[in-house]
Design a protein around this ligand. Structure first.
Ligand code: COI
Length: 366
């Protein structure tokens, strides 16, 4: 794949808005590459001005929702270089999501190269503040005009970038979640493990209702028995038993395989914590929260990294987790992961990639 960069006099503003918020501001360029059933992926990806996408009103995505996306962050590192975090993991998930949605899989190396080239172009937009990053949003859509229910014969891959602060305006502070007993996010055999737009659309009504009652996220249960904990909002979730053991729902087919989730599970033993992937019964978890056997709970995702859960609501009652404050396990995980991501701490896992100027991402040396 070649990358063509259109000449541009778009520069990053000398000051970025403060506070930045999450996903509210965009850089001035985008990367695009098209696919057709006849000729496959176009050999060139183009970086040019970020302009509205002209879609035929009959475009497949507008009716059938054939669309997937990813989220990954470029961090300004302590030495001024720009770093990506596990872009291959996002690329692999993008490929899996594409297959689940009958979209054309983009080769992993093309995804990583496109991301690195685009991040390189937009590096002046990477914010410096703690907890801030240049969030990259790759998207793949079916754009063929057709009202038939079938896979689109034309697709568009694009990437936009957004200089972002923390996902929650409160940053690394405890959030409140409400157990969602009416709606479900996903069912085994469905699309819950793919990062497809419909999963998020289907989550909005419950999330907005929870928000208007003072919770930031909902705690999703499984679709069949309404018993097993799956995710917290748009993130994976974990609980801490006895201050040392991190337990998280095992991947069941309806849970998104989070890159942050995987990183936490790999990192935690090196910080002295035990990890367990298992089925978590909501009734047991609520009882353990009440009894103090669960000392912490936290969400994990690319956007928020790790965020403590201070309060869980169900049936009109609220239960405080631990003492309701950010606990030591979530704090250690957040601090260590963000230090690795920003190059403030050695990366023995080989997760970080420095974006070469006018080039691709190179592994950092730990
Ligand atoms: C993430 O944690 O990155 C998410 O998937 C949440 C959202 C911004 C889509």
């Amino acid at each position: 794949m070649d990358i063509r960069i259109a000449a541009s006099d778009h520069r990053a503003p000398t000051t970025l808005p403060d506070p930045l918020g999450f996903g509210r501001h965009f850089t001035h360029r985008m990367l695009t590459r098209t696919w057709s059933a006849d000729t496959g992926w176009e050999p060139v990806a183009s970086i040019g001005p970020r302009v509205p996408i002209a879609l035929d009103p009959g475009a497949q995505v507008l009716h059938c929702g054939q669309a997937i996306f990813e989220g990954t962050k470029a961090y300004l590192r302590a030495d001024g270089a720009l770093g990506l975090f596990r872009p291959e993991a996002n690329a692999a998930r993008f490929e899996r999501s594409a297959r689940r949605l009958a979209l054309p899989p983009l080769p992993v190396e093309d995804f990583v190269e496109a991301l690195a080239a685009f991040a390189d172009c937009e590096r002046d937009w990477a914010p410096q503040a703690p907890g801030a990053s240049l969030y990259l949003r790759p998207v793949l859509l079916g754009i063929e005009p057709t009202l038939e229910v079938r896979a689109s014969a034309r697709c568009l891959f694009y990437v936009v970038a957004s200089p972002c602060g923390p996902y929650f305006a409160s940053g690394f502070r405890p959030v409140a979640v409400r157990v969602e007993d009416a709606h479900v996010r996903a069912v085994r055999g469905g699309t819950g493990s793919a990062k497809t737009v419909g999963n998020y659309a289907g989550s909005l009504a419950a999330t907005e209702a929870a928000r208007s009652d003072g919770y930031q996220q909902v705690l999703w249960l499984d679709a069949i028995e309404r018993r097993w904990i799956e995710e917290a909002g748009a993130m994976n979730v974990a609980f801490v038993r006895g201050g040392r053991t991190i337990v998280t729902p095992a991947l069941s087919g309806s849970i998104l395989e989070g890159v942050t989730r995987d990183s936490v599970l790999r990192l935690a033993p090196d910080l002295g914590f035990a990890v367990e992937e298992t089925r978590l019964d909501i009734a047991d978890v609520m009882a353990d929260v009440r009894a103090g056997a669960i000392t912490e709970a936290f969400c994990m995702g690319t956007a928020a990294v790790v965020v403590p859960i201070g309060r869980i609501g169900r049936d009109g009652h609220d239960f405080v987790v631990g003492d309701g404050a950010a606990g030591p396990v979530a704090t250690a995980l957040y601090d260590t992961l963000t230090a690795i991501q920003t190059g403030r701490r050695a990366d023995p896992y080989g997760w970080t990639r420095v974006v070469a100027r006018r080039g691709v991402a190179q592994p950092t040396t730990a």
